[in-house]
Design a protein around this ligand. Structure first.
Ligand SMILES: Cc1cc2nc3c(=O)[nH]c(=O)nc-3n(C[C@H](O)[C@H](O)[C@H](O)COP(=O)(O)OP(=O)(O)OC[C@H]3O[C@@H](n4cnc5c(N)ncnc54)[C@H](O)[C@@H]3O)c2cc1C
Length: 426
């Protein structure tokens, strides 16, 4: 039995078999023949969504582009295609996805199943860029759903509960650049200027390295201006400063028994926010270098509550005697209509709990989860969180409809695992 682990190394399990179909017909045969199964993309989720002791279906061999429709401005790709492969394919055709998250290593089917998002108060999560999807449902039948179809809004952020997604059609836009300006502000000033910053910037986010008083401010605006950043500067900033120096400092912080972490975080805040002003292709501007192995929780809160939430969030992470040797990310996204999207009918501010140091993680996560549930948070489905179904039902008005949809597409409940059972059954 193969051992499977995820990016965060917090999951380790042994499915009976890892199936790697090459086409839709093979997916159908696998689903029909399996007693139980889960689909896996790039295993970049921390939540136990992919865990199974039976059949794990990987679409690693199904990562081809299928169609490019310039009239509709849509691209269709196989479900296993990695986001960086989609980005490269689109760039070759002068096109792009309108908004991305922080990395591009995930599979498209995995991204949309969890509601993966970037940052930008007027931009919805990546799942909301899906126009059509094709899946092999739990009965082994091929279902194609397009935006506007009755089940579509329930199926996109599907948690892998309805079937194996074999193809995804995304809306695309003409290739564009981002004017990428990085600065630093005190937490208090960033809060005071938040509404104006969100109105002016297309893709605004903050990074905070507790207990620093300052935050790193990323202001990215869409532009047609040509890129002006050199590869060398990108190499120095994205590889040397962001990766090598950061990893060395993390190791130093650990070696000090965490004593140096506060000082290191203040230093990193100054270093990472050295004023940067550049124009880069969108995929470069949205993405950050792949970070070291770490743990992540992240919750979606009402954006309208930001002024009240942010001081409380800051106090939460400064309290409890914990140290964090990783950035905390504060992001925004616009409301959508996908039933299980954390942004369902609500403009969102995302607040994270990230840490490399595994020492105090369970206690840190518990504090964050308590905070989130007290403030109407909705968990990121791909990250670590504790919740119960009663709470989820308060937050997701369509949760029962989604459970009924899952039962219709997967009447024998082949796709269920304990994580899904907790969400759908409680
Ligand atoms: C370094 C790092 C950075 C990240 N940055 C961001 C970010 O900026 N924004 C954000 O929102 N999230 C982010 N994430 C989280 C990540 O985007 C999500 O967890 C995403 O779902 C992972 O995609 P994956 O392909 O690895 O899917 P997996 O983790 O393998 O699976 C996720 C879910 O998708 C389902 N699934 C996968 N493939 C299929 C398929 N073919 N058919 C049906 N269901 C399927 C699985 O069953 C599971 O339920 C990040 C994660 C990492 C490790």
């Amino acid at each position: 039995m193969p051992t499977v682990t995820n990016f965060g190394k917090n999951l380790r399990f042994r499915p009976r078999v890892v199936a790697r179909p090459r086409d839709r017909a093979e997916v159908i045969a696998i689903v029909r023949g399996a007693r139980k199964l889960r689909a896996v993309g790039a295993a970049h989720s921390w939540s136990p969504a992919i865990v199974t002791d039976d059949t794990l279906v990987s679409l690693d061999r199904m990562r081809r582009p299928l169609a490019l429709d310039r009239d509709r401005m849509q691209v269709t790709v196989e479900g296993g295609m990695r986001l960086h492969e989609v980005n490269a394919y689109l760039a070759r055709h002068g096109l792009a996805l309108t908004s991305l998250g922080s990395i591009d290593q995930q599979a498209v089917a995995g991204i949309i199943a969890t509601g993966t998002h970037g940052s930008g108060a007027r931009f919805r999560c990546i799942s909301a860029q899906v126009a059509r999807l094709e899946l092999v449902d739990g009965r082994g039948q091929v279902v194609t759903l397009a935006r506007g179809d009755a089940d579509f809004a329930g199926a996109v952020v599907g948690l892998g509960a309805l079937g194996v997604t074999t193809a995804v059609t995304f809306d695309v836009v003409p290739a564009f650049q981002l004017h990428d300006v990085t600065t630093r502000a005190s937490f208090a000033d960033a809060l005071a200027g938040l509404d104006a910053a969100l109105a002016a910037s297309d893709h605004y986010k903050l990074w905070w390295l507790p207990p620093s008083d300052d935050v790193i401010v990323y202001d990215r605006r869409r532009t047609d201006r040509p890129a002006d950043d050199s590869r060398l500067r990108r190499f120095v900033k994205d590889r040397v400063v962001s990766v090598a120096m950061y990893r060395a400092l993390v190791a130093a912080g650990r070696a000090s028994g965490r004593r140096w972490i506060p000082g290191i975080n203040r230093f990193l805040t100054r270093e990472a926010s050295r004023p940067l002003d550049r124009v880069v292709p969108s995929a470069v501007g949205f993405l950050t270098p792949v970070p070291p192995v770490h743990r992540e929780g992240e919750w979606a809160f009402p954006a309208a509550d930001a002024a009240r939430l942010l001081p409380a969030y800051r106090a939460l992470l400064l309290g409890g005697g914990h140290t964090y040797n990783f950035i905390q990310e504060l992001r925004w996204s616009a409301a959508d209509d996908l039933w299980l999207s954390p942004g369902y009918q609500r403009d969102t501010i995302w607040l994270s709990l990230y840490n490399i140091d595994p020492g105090g993680w369970p206690a840190q996560l518990e504090r964050m989860d308590d905070f989130a549930r007290a403030h109407g948070g909705r968990p990121h489905w791909g990250k670590e969180a504790r919740f119960d179904r009663a709470y989820l039902r308060q937050q997701y008005a369509r949760l029962d409809d989604f459970a009924a949809l899952a039962d219709r597409y997967d009447p024998e409940r082949k796709l269920r695992n304990p994580w899904l059972d907790a969400i759908l059954e409680g």
